[in-house]
Ligand binder design. Structure first.
Ligand code: SIN
Length: 292
């Protein structure tokens, strides 16, 4: 591994021990994700629990809470500690406008999130984070994992020369692209978002740089020719998908809630359980406009 990449890994593996009084925080890998125990999300959090969860979130970016028997209202109350709730793009009449049902079964021909992406990057103010609570896992207990990738580290592992080139670029994110990729047009009632964001914004809370392009939503880099833009984006997507140390993988159990930071993490829902059923509910939190 190159020296700059080793240094990026070393910065994370030699972090000082974290000061938790109420929670146990057990890293999934030294570089991404943590299992959090010592909290019951059906209850209101104490100020100390809230402070510790926020610290763990900014440190590990993907938090896994097991055995959470929560109602949709308790799910939304937990999410609201981090910001305004983001309404679902295509609300279903009679359903909660802030809860997206995530479901796949024998009748599914595609599933949400089956490819590396972050949620809502085409929005003018992309999502801060998403909270997914899975209630039904595929029969037999295996399958339907979600993979996550650390976009701070994805950026820091690139050569200094490529990093400084990317620092000056923006990219267009287009909410119509996932529909077109599936051979469809967005439905007329969908107010399709299309926005330009820095390729390398800074995390609004930590100031750390990160790579902010993803396959389903990013259409092109306007300062480059189409061929250059396609080649550069393909190289970056390959880097994200083919660098296992960027990744962690969460195996769900009924009652697992995972909270991930859409600003600095991509995720990929693995659909390896057809025709079995997996079901859960996702709440997304509003973010802010990415700034370089
Ligand atoms: C998504 O939010 O993209 C779905 C994630 C999942 O089902 O694991």
């Amino acid at each position: 591994m190159e020296e700059y990449a080793l240094q990026a890994v070393e910065r994370l593996t030699t972090r000082p021990a974290e000061p938790y009084e109420t929670l146990s925080v057990d890293p999934v890998t030294p570089l991404l994700g943590a299992e959090v125990s010592g909290v019951d999300l059906s209850q209101e959090l104490t100020p100390q629990q809230e402070k510790e969860i926020k610290h763990a979130f900014l440190t590990h970016h993907v938090l896994v809470f097991r055995d959470q028997d929560i109602t949709p209202e308790q799910h939304k109350r937990f999410a609201a500690l981090f910001g305004e709730l983001h309404p679902v793009s295509l609300p279903v009449e009679g359903s909660d406008p802030h809860i997206l049902e995530i479901r796949a079964d024998k009748d599914s021909r595609m599933v949400a999130g089956d490819g590396w992406h972050a949620d809502g990057t085409a929005d003018p103010e992309p999502s801060l984070g998403s909270m997914l609570h899975i209630t039904t896992v595929p029969e037999g207990g295996s399958g339907g994992d979600t993979m996550f990738a650390n976009m701070h580290l994805a950026y820091e592992m690139l050569s200094p020369t490529l990093r400084s080139f990317l620092d000056g670029l923006t990219a267009v994110h287009d909410g119509a692209l996932p529909w077109r990729a599936a051979g469809q047009n967005p439905p007329p009632e969908y107010d399709v978002p299309r926005n330009e964001h820095p390729v390398v914004p800074r995390h609004p809370e930590t100031g750390r740089k990160l790579l902010f392009v993803n396959g389903p939503y990013t259409s092109h880099i306007p300062l480059l020719s189409k061929a250059e833009s396609d080649a550069l984006l393909a190289m970056l997507y390959g880097h994200i998908a083919n660098t296992p140390l960027l990744h962690c993988r969460v195996r769900w159990q009924p009652g697992t809630l995972v909270f991930w930071d859409n600003r600095c993490v991509q995720h990929h829902a693995v659909w390896d359980y057809f025709p079995l059923t997996r079901h859960g509910r996702r709440v997304a939190i509003e973010g802010t406009r990415p700034q370089s």
